[in-house]
Design a protein around this ligand. Structure first.
Ligand code: ADP
Length: 490
């Protein structure tokens, strides 16, 4: 039963789906159990979705497996046309899709709109990349043979997605999978299932055949265990914490699946004495406080060179203190609520730890007077390596600032982490820019720029931040197998 909508008056109400999508049918969990989806800004229940487990997941995998041969054989031109329709239908629904995301995730509406636009852009990008997924004719070293490679969809793909970018993280997986000719089973984060379920509705509307896109909500452990052990799943693509990523890698080893992992980060943000300080402050505000600090490429550690340290701390903190903290759908909101109570408790504990170890609280530091899940945008200066914020992913609106003296010192400190996703630097010294490019152990390097992610670039981490790339021409590779054929006797 699709539960009655509590928000029938909202512009996104017609887009809310409260059931699993399996084999082209919208269905409840076998037990009829559900869980609530709430608005983190108000605590209001927005919807209820199925609390499913292994059995529903197995049926979704079976459906994807059954749909695969026909979908893989669909002429490329038809598949590309479906993808182009999907791109258009996302743009046509941009406003309500963004409002729905803000309601369940909490981010400011402008950020949600940008995310939905980015989802559409990924779909279009991969539709085009599918047309270029060519093979090769390899010059043969011996006579009488033709050596060739051809590329083929990997098969059933399982996508496990996070709550912080509930639409675009899915677009980066669903886009290349559908473009390559794979069928998909999606397990969205339980905090934000609506932004994923709606893709099922949109895909149906565009005419993707039943069973090509399947979505199951519910117990991460039960759904995850079925996905990792089921031999029909040929690839898992995951965005989430390093801890769960490692667990999935271990679990999936039994059936040797292809694995793509977008995991945690601990991004350094380095500002050198020669930098344009105003530009650096603008960048730091975005790189730290976008999505209330809840992105895997968010600045975790701000390293400021000693010559400009005091000036930077003062001017940056004044801007941070002025950020408008409000529900995401309120005019001018710059920082919404945190995702849940656990996130708030974690930030409080990190602030206490940093202050106990000698940090100086410059602004913020406590729950916001709005109450609920709102936290004050916070700056702690005089940060030191022994603090939790140095080694752990903060995932919240807390900016620790470290002082450094030399380029060598800051590069060593910035690289001193098991993570390697994003890093940022502000400097006007061109030679230094190239030294940073060589020496920073990060998959994404932003120099004098923080908005560095777009479909054209290969997003992915080094070290324990992940495996594989999403976006660019590389982003479709993980969804394609290469076969080599040798024809002899010619
Ligand atoms: P986050 O900190 O972003 O919530 P998680 O790694 O906990 O990161 O969650 C990311 C996604 O992984 C979510 O969809 C979550 O439900 C899912 N997940 C969590 N635990 C498991 C698990 N044991 N198996 C499979 N998926 C899981």
């Amino acid at each position: 039963m699709n539960a009655p909508l509590r928000h029938a008056d909202k512009n996104f109400a017609p887009l809310i789906r409260q059931q699993n999508l399996i084999d082209g049918r919208w269905v409840d969990a076998d037990s009829s159990a559900t869980f609530d989806v709430t608005d983190p800004a108000t605590g209001e229940v927005i919807a209820t979705v199925p609390n499913s487990g292994a059995a529903e997941t197995r049926r979704a995998i079976d459906a994807a497996h059954a749909a695969f041969p026909a979908y893989a054989a669909m002429p490329l031109g038809e598949r590309v046309a479906l993808m182009r329709k999907l791109h258009q239908v996302i743009l046509d629904n941009l406003e309500p899709l963004a409002a729905m995301m803000t309601a369940e995730q909490g981010k400011p509406l402008a950020e949600a709109q940008a995310e939905v636009a980015s989802s559409a852009a990924y779909v279009l990008w991969f539709a085009e990349e599918a047309r270029r997924a060519d093979g090769a004719v390899i010059p043969s070293p011996v006579a009488g043979r033709k050596l060739m490679t051809t590329r083929h969809p990997v098969g059933v793909v399982a996508a496990i997605t996070p709550w912080n970018f509930p639409s675009s993280m899915l677009a980066r997986k669903l886009g290349p999978a559908l473009a390559a000719g794979c069928t998909v089973v999606i397990k969205p984060a339980s905090a934000t299932p609506l932004s994923a379920l709606v893709w099922g509705h949109l895909a149906e509307q565009c005419g993707f055949p039943p069973g090509v896109v399947n979505i199951v909500t519910g117990s991460a452990r039960a759904i995850g265990a079925e996905i990792t052990s089921n031999p029909k799943v040929r690839k898992i693509t995951f965005t989430g914490s390093t801890e769960i990523g490692k667990q999935l890698l271990a679990e999936a080893s039994g059936t040797v699946k292809r694995m793509s992992m977008e995991l945690g980060g601990n991004a350094p943000f380095m500002v050198f004495d020669d930098a344009d300080i105003e530009a650096a402050i603008d960048g730091a505000l975005i790189a730290k406080f976008r999505n209330a600090g809840q992105t895997c490429i968010c600045t975790n550690r701000l390293f400021i060179q000693s010559g400009i340290y005091d000036r930077f701390v003062e001017a940056f903190s004044a801007r941070v203190a002025a950020l408008k903290v409000a529900p995401g759908n309120e005019d001018g909101a710059e920082q919404g609520p945190l995702v849940d109570a656990q996130a708030l408790t974690k930030i409080e504990a990190m602030v206490a730890d940093a202050l106990a170890k000698g940090g100086t609280l410059v602004t913020g530091g406590a729950a916001h007077e709005r109450g609920g899940l709102f936290f004050q945008p916070t700056v702690i200066a005089d940060a030191t390596p022994d603090m939790r914020v140095t080694t752990e992913e903060i995932f919240g609106p807390l900016a620790p600032i470290y002082r450094f003296e030399t380029e060598d010192d800051v590069i060593a400190a910035a690289n001193d982490t098991e993570f390697g996703l994003a890093c940022y630097a502000y400097t006007k010294d061109m030679a230094r820019m190239f030294r940073l490019q060589d020496k920073m152990e990060y998959g994404l390097i932003g120099i004098n720029e923080v908005l560095i992610v777009m479909p054209e670039i290969p997003f992915g981490g080094l070290k324990e931040s992940g495996l594989g790339k999403e976006g660019s021409w590389q982003g479709i590779d993980d969804y394609l197998e290469t076969k080599y054929t040798c024809i002899g006797g010619l």
